[in-house]
Design a protein around this ligand. Sequence first.
Ligand code: GSH
Length: 334
Amino acid sequence: MRRASTLASSVIYRALLPYHDATAVATVHHRLLHVVFYGTAASDGATSFSSRRRWLSAALSASSAKIASLGLAGALVTVAGATSLFQEAYAKERPPPELVPKEVVLYQYEACPFCNKVKAFLDYYDLPYKVVEVNPLSKKEIKWSDYKKVPILMVDGEQLVDSSDIIDKLGSKILPEKSIDSVPNDDEEKKWRRWVDNHLVHVLSPNIYRNTSEALESFDYITSNGNFGYTEKLTVKYAGAAAMYFVSKNLKKKYNITDERAALYEAAETWVDALNGRDFLGGSKPNLADLAVFGVLRPIRYLRSGRDMVEHTRIGEWYTRMETVVGESSRIKA
Ligand SMILES: N[C@@H](CCC(=O)N[C@@H](CS)C(=O)NCC(=O)O)C(=O)O
């Protein structure tokens, strides 16, 4: 109990520090709560299962108009055809088996957008991986590493750090043909990957901690999915929500955001404009920019802010296509 109250006061103290000390934003940010606590929703298998059902029902209802004008046999063929067409059109890409690493271990926080970016890549390319959930307070699971952030990806014993670097390095191992400068629109892909790291991620925190109820919703997810002891869980949920509510106000100032929802909607619309009528930025298949945008949005999609974003912008159709194509998680369940 004493530990819990010490922890609570430490969290709140850190949250209030920014009002007295400019560098404290970074302290609060990094040490305890920062992007770890970007919030989230159903991830991995659960999300993709429901999205598949949505796709299937869209396929079926598109087919139902035809059913009216066809005989039963024709209708059944149409439905089966529509279903397999969707599966074929939106399928994972799998590297040749000899290029698939033998052991991949991701050290992560479940709700961290950078970690989710790496997971979107691993899931889409169907690379099996184990997950080690890091306790953001003690970080004991990554004590062995000099790098003090997550994600860290161990690939057959080699340590890779920083989400974009991880994806580049792993990409050049499993997709050698794509690492050659032969890919058209490569500059576009790079530009939008940078946009994710330099802009999109900064819009997320102010949104998911916008008010006390959204901050609590976010922390409910974070503490349910994170690696916390029983007492830590309770304390972090309430103290963390309160702290991040204040921190997110500072982040708004730091990144010049006046209206956080408007900034989120604008980012979503900017992304849809970049698609310019294509299914994915990569054309008929997602490229690394599609995977990056999808990855960082995945933890917030079913929170209030993510639901609002889909309701008020045109991003929903692309997002659903991404859920379908990324499909089931390739994470190896412990
Ligand atoms: N540029 C890095 C950023 C990674 C990052 O900031 N990770 C956060 C979690 S989302 C972190 O580990 N912060 C330090 C901490 O929690 O102490 C990347 O893309 O991987």
